[in-house]
Design a protein around this ligand. Sequence first.
Ligand SMILES: Nc1ncnc2c1ncn2[C@@H]1O[C@H](COP(=O)(O)OP(=O)(O)OP(=O)(O)O)[C@@H](O)[C@H]1O
Length: 280
Amino acid sequence: MTGDLIPGAPGAAPAATPVDADLVVSLDGVGVRRSGTALLHDVHWRVELDERWVVLGPNGAGKTTLLNLAAGRLHPTTGVAHVLGERIGRTDVNELRMRIGLSTAALAGQVPAEERVADVVVTAAWSVVGRWRESYDPGDEARARALLGQLGVGHLADRPFGTLSEGERKRVQIARALMTDPELLLLDEPAAGLDLGGREDLVARLAELAHDPDAPALVLVTHHVEEIPPGFTHALLLREGAVVAQGLLGDTLTADNLAKTFGLPLTVERHGARWTARAA
Ligand SMILES: Nc1ncnc2c1ncn2[C@@H]1O[C@H](COP(=O)(O)OP(=O)(O)OP(=O)(O)O)[C@@H](O)[C@H]1O
C-alpha cells in the first residue's frame, strides 16, 4: 500500500477511443511508471456495473495503484483508462470522484487534519455524522446512522472522528463511501486492522452488498482468499504490476494461478460460497 499519488501527463496518452457506456472501468493497455519503475504494465481490464471484483496479489503487486487509477487519483503513463465513461487524465476528476466511493487503508489508518470526502471537507474534530448534518438533508442523517449501524459502529455516530480506533474508522469510511450512492465502490483491504469478529461482520456486509442488484460495481482488494465475500463474481490476480489471470472467480482462482501470483504453491478449495487457500 502506498499513500502518495502519481500525477500523470494527460497529454502523453493516446487518442481517445469510444467507450461502452455500460462499462464502469475500462483499461486498455494501461501502464503506470514512477521514478523509472513500472508500477503497472499493459493492463487490460473491464468492469461492468453488475460485477463484483476481487483483486488479489502479494505486497507490492500494484493493487493499490490499480485502485487509485480506477478512482481517478492518478493518470496512466501509457494506454487509455476510462472510469464511468470519463477519460482519466482528460476529465474533471472532482466531478468523477463524486460518483466513486473509496475506502482505503491509507485514509483509515491516519486521522487527517482535514479530509475531503466527496464535496465536503471534514476535520478530525467533527463527529462521525457531523458532515452529514452540515451537508445533507435531515433524512440523510437518519440514513447515515442506519448505515453506521449496519457496519456495527452506530454507537459511534456522535463521537469525534479523530477519537476512533483504526478498525472503527475503517467501518465509518465504508459507511461514508456508501452514503454518497456511488456507481463504483473501491475497497482497499477494508478488513485489515479489524478484529476477528469485525472481519466476519464486514465479509457478511460485503456479501449482502454483492447480492444487492442496486449496489454499485464493487472492487475489493485483499490478500486473503478466505475473505472473498460470497456473491463476488470476478477476480483479477496481479504480480509485479502485471495481470496474471482475470475472469470469473471459479475459473481464475485455480491453484496454478495462485501459485504464479504469490510465488509459492497453494491449494484452493471452495466450501459452499467461501474459498480457502493453503500452502500445498
Ligand atoms: N512513488 C513511487 N516510486 C517508486 N515506486 C513506487 C512508488 N509508489 C509505489 N511504488 C511501488 O509500486 C509497487 C506497487 O505498489 P502498490 O501500493 O500498488 O502495491 P500493493 O499491491 O497495493 O501492495 P500492498 O499489498 O503491500 O499494499 C510497489 O513495489 C511500490 O513500492
